[in-house]
Design a protein around this ligand. Structure first.
Ligand SMILES: [Zn+2]
Ligand SMILES: [Zn+2]
Length: 339
């Protein structure tokens, strides 16, 4: 991509936009937006593709701001900043799911901005990173080290962060089951191993490629999701959007164990006998992230030296990336690379 003068009002950028529910991404040229007082304009280097982008395409989330540019795992360089930006021009930043919060509701006031009543999300309520440039509120960006290639940092911003929050909600569980071995799972397995936990990976039945991948990432055991766990689990982390895994995971738990559902959308959970929940087993979900999660996880990721596995696509090939993710044809994370 040739450098353009971002302050030139005639300058344009490429975006891949979803025009409406169920439609495919369409390449458009749009004017480069100008930052508001708290904003930064970021020249995107790479943007990860997430299962949530499929949920947006499929209209499975409420109140999507159609037409929308998806993408909430963007890494790039700040090329212009508003007067009140807290991030200077020239900084490499990561832009994650949380675009902004109200700062005033009861959740914001009690350290739970991930549950903010008026939260806005990138690639859902505001245009995201499937583009050459993107605006972001500087207060919600994460400065990143330039030591890691930008494309390899992108999976940390959603898959890694949501996986991190999911793992933290499992407490100090030492034996963990992970259901659905995709982007989040392959990152969080590396964190769990770093923390000396055991990881049992459950994949779609017969998906030996994902099972091999799980073992390569450090899982102690990998097998089909309908198999009983070879040993009782302290916690189960569910990343696959399949509600039937919830009662299955409950049955794999020890007494007092927890099932943590890490996805934003899941098919209905079938009913199950109360005895499966009895003995203080619990089921809970994870929603979004706080900025504190982001800063804590980025620091941890540097210590762990997480190596995400990525498959790269050009911006114009974003539809192929979404299709491959939908088909389960990617081990690790699909990443759009802009240059
Ligand atoms: Zn709020
Ligand atoms: Zn995501």
């Amino acid at each position: 991509m040739t450098r353009v003068d971002v302050h030139d009002p005639r300058a344009t950028m490429r975006v891949m936009a979803l025009p409406g529910p169920g439609e495919r991404l369409r390449l458009e040229r749009r004017p480069i937006p100008q930052p508001g007082p708290h904003d930064v304009l970021v020249r995107i280097t790479a943007c990860g593709v997430c299962r949530t982008d499929l949920h947006v395409q499929d209209n499975e989330l409420p109140d999507i701001a159609w037409p929308i540019v998806p993408g909430h795992q963007a890494v790039g360089e700040v090329v212009a900043a508003g007067a009140r930006s807290v991030v200077p021009v020239g900084t490499r930043v990561g832009i994650a799911w949380l675009a902004g919060t109200c700062g005033a509701c009861e959740f914001c006031a009690t350290g739970r901005e991930n549950l903010c009543d008026h939260a806005r999300f990138n690639g859902y309520h505001v245009d995201g990173g499937f583009a050459d440039y993107m605006l972001a509120d500087s207060r919600f960006c994460f400065p990143l080290s330039v030591a890691t290639p930008a494309a390899e940092s992108t999976p940390l911003l959603c898959a890694g962060l949501i996986g991190f929050r999911t793992l933290r909600l499992a407490g100090d569980a030492t034996r963990i089951g992970i259901y659905g071995f995709g982007s989040a799972a392959h990152i969080i397995t590396q964190v769990a191993r770093y923390e000396s936990r055991q990881v049992f990976a459950f994949t779609r039945p017969g998906d030996t490629s994902a099972q091999d991948f799980a073992r390569r990432c450090g899982a102690d055991w990998a097998g089909d999701s309908h198999q009983p766990s070879p040993a009782p689990l302290d916690a189960a982390l569910i990343f696959a959007p399949d509600g039937a895994l919830v009662p299955k995971a409950l049955r794999d738990l020890k007494k007092g164990g927890t099932v943590v559902c890490g996805g934003i959308h899941m098919s209905d959970i079938p009913s199950f006998p109360y005895t499966d929940l009895w003995q203080e087993r619990q089921i809970r979900s994870v929603a979004n992230l706080t900025r504190e999660d982001g800063h804590a996880f980025m620091a941890l990721a540097d210590r762990v030296s997480i190596r995400p596995q990525i498959t790269t696509y050009s911006l114009e090939s974003a539809n192929d990336a979404l299709d491959d993710l939908r088909d389960g044809a990617i081990n690790g994370t699909a990443v759009l690379v802009m240059d």
